[in-house]
Structure formats: C-alpha cells, structure tokens
Ligand binder design. Structure first.
Ligand code: ZN
Length: 328
C-alpha cells in the first residue's frame, strides 16, 4: 500500500508533478545553505511548550489544573492515553537503551540528544505542566500535553515512537544517543530542562520531535530553527549558524526519504521556520532544531503520522540529516 497521500505521491510523469517537487527540494536545500527562505513564525503551530497562541501572549489564560484533557479540546490537548494509529510497537522501539555502548561507525564519539515532544502522561499532571518556567526571553508553561489526531492518536505517542526509531538508526552509525524522556517520568520534562539535558550532554546535535496541530488542509513538515536571542539565560548567538545548517540538512533528507512536501502553510515552501519564542531552543547552547513532522489535524497527514511504515521513513529522514550534519 502507499503510505503517502495522493498530493505527495511521487508522480509517474516527470513532466507534470515531479518538476514542482524537485524545484521545491532544490529551493529548500539552497535556501538552507544560503540562509534565505527563513521566516519568522507568527503563530498557529504547536511548539515546545504551549502552542503558538499561548506563546504569543504569555499572559493568556492557561488551562486550569482541574480541566480534563480531551482529544477534542484543541491542538494542545492531546488525549495521551489513546493509540488511534493501531500500530504495534516496532522492533526499533525496543532498541538498546541510551546507556548501551555505541557501535563502531562514522558517528563514534558523537552525542545526539533526541527530545520527544510532550509526555504521554502530561494530561494527568496539568498543575505541574502549567507551572511557569523562565526561558530567558519570557516565562511560559513547563510543558503541554501536545496535540492528537482526530481519532485520538496522541502527539506524545508519535514523538516517542519516532524517537525510538531514530535512536536505533543513530546507534547503528555509532552515535551515543540520549532521550530527554522515555515514558520514564510522570510528566515533562519542562522545556527549560529539555534544553539543559542537551547542554549537559554536550550534544553535537539535538532534535526535538513534534507533530503539529493546525487546521485541516494545512499539510507537510517544517523544521524550526532558533533565532538569535540574547536575554536573561537565553543566548543562542553561537548556535544559530550550526543549527541552521542542521535544520537545512534535516529538511532536505526528510523530503528525500519520506517523499513528503514541505509545509504548505508556514515557511514559504522551504520547510524552514525561525522562531525566538521557544524555550527549548532559546536555552540551548548546542546545535538544536525542532521538526513538526506533519499536521495531526489534517486527515491526509494524519494517515501518514499514524502509519508505522511512514514513521520509520520519518525517523530515517531526520536521522540522515543528523548524520550528514555531523559528518560535515
Ligand atoms: Zn508538539
């Protein structure tokens, strides 16, 4: 069966639909290398802590601790305990732990931190995750529940699944891989701690895995790059350059491996977006990007995101971008 939606299927006729995709890929790669085509996000996307709507107005009312999470409550209210995708856990999900000795390979000696966005149990800890933390530029919620598909497949389950698959790929390349959470804590970590885990590991690259919660019809992936901020504890000036390179390589390999087009609703078709409001990026002192792998609230994207075969491709696409970045 095909795991890509009709809009993104590799076209049989190179004269018709392949050309626009090829152009998009070329533009994306060149854009990354030349530094153009990067757009400041203005909202509407999921993120490391609170969704862009709350990001843009830190004083916006938060969910109350007593408010139950619901799959239909909005794109930052993932259900957390549902498995709408119906996929069995893959062998990759049972890969050796991060403490296993790294295999010999081209990435031997390299440290990669994978940050699976949200936590499947966050919805049980609304008081804790609504606590405000300092991200340098402002204060924001510790974490959020994440979004979900309309059928209830939680973003937090998606991010862990992709993270496990990435870990297996990267360990095969010899990298030392650490996850910021692996369903091994009751909630979180908070976005500031997520950044500090990468910093403490002296990671050579950090990627935060997400899926977006935008409107139906909005499709495709985008990689979020740190903007230059220097305020409070936030100082990204040293990582803006390498993070941009990391993000461009991930975007390029994601297109190539998954066949999925860059976002049609943010980033001007480049698949690259720069933001200065994400604590997970602002507090990082090592190269770091986010990737929103698709839009869980769009039916066609949801069909991809809930497919184990597609998630394997997604993990491979991100992993190959990391390998490319680390090998130079
Ligand atoms: Zn997210």
């Amino acid at each position: 069966m095909s795991y890509t939606g009709p809009d993104f299927d590799p076209p049989p006729n190179p004269r018709s639909r392949r050309r626009p995709l090829t152009v998009a890929v070329a533009a994306l790669v060149c854009g990354g290398l030349l530094g153009w085509g990067v757009y400041a996000a203005t909202g509407g996307t999921d993120d490391d802590g609170a969704g862009a709507r709350a990001e843009g107005s830190p004083s916006a009312p938060s969910r109350t601790p007593s408010q139950p999470a619901s799959p239909s409550a909005g794109d930052t209210e993932g259900s957390g305990d549902t498995e709408g995708g119906g996929d069995e856990e893959s062998p990759a999900s049972r890969a050796p732990s991060a403490s296993a000795p790294a295999a010999a390979g081209p990435l031997k000696g390299k440290v990669v931190v994978i940050d699976p966005g949200h936590n499947p149990a966050n919805f049980r800890h609304t008081a804790e995750i609504n606590r405000q933390v300092d991200v340098g530029t402002h204060r924001k919620e510790c974490d959020t529940t994440g979004t979900s598909t309309d059928d209830g497949y939680a973003e937090a389950e998606f991010t862990l699944d992709v993270a496990h698959r990435m870990r297996a790929n990267l360990q095969k390349q010899g990298a030392t891989v650490k996850l910021t959470q692996d369903r091994d804590r009751p909630y979180g970590p908070c976005v500031d701690e997520r950044a500090r885990i990468g910093n403490a590991a002296k990671a050579d690259a950090v990627v935060s895995i997400h899926a977006d919660g935008s409107g139906a019809g909005n499709r495709g992936f985008h990689v979020i790059l740190p903007g230059s901020v220097h305020e409070g504890e936030a100082d990204t000036r040293a990582i803006v350059g390498p993070s941009s390179e990391l993000g461009a390589r991930i975007a390029g390999s994601f297109v190539r491996v998954t066949g999925t087009a860059p976002s049609n609703y943010i980033g001007g078709g480049t698949g690259l977006v720069t933001r200065k409001d994400l604590g997970g990026l602002n507090l990082s002192t090592v190269p770091k990007v986010f990737i929103e792998c698709g839009n869980m609230r769009d039916g066609k994207d949801a069909a991809l995101l809930t497919s184990a075969a597609w998630r394997q491709k997604a993990a491979q696409g991100v992993s190959e971008g990391i390998v490319s970045f680390l090998r130079g």
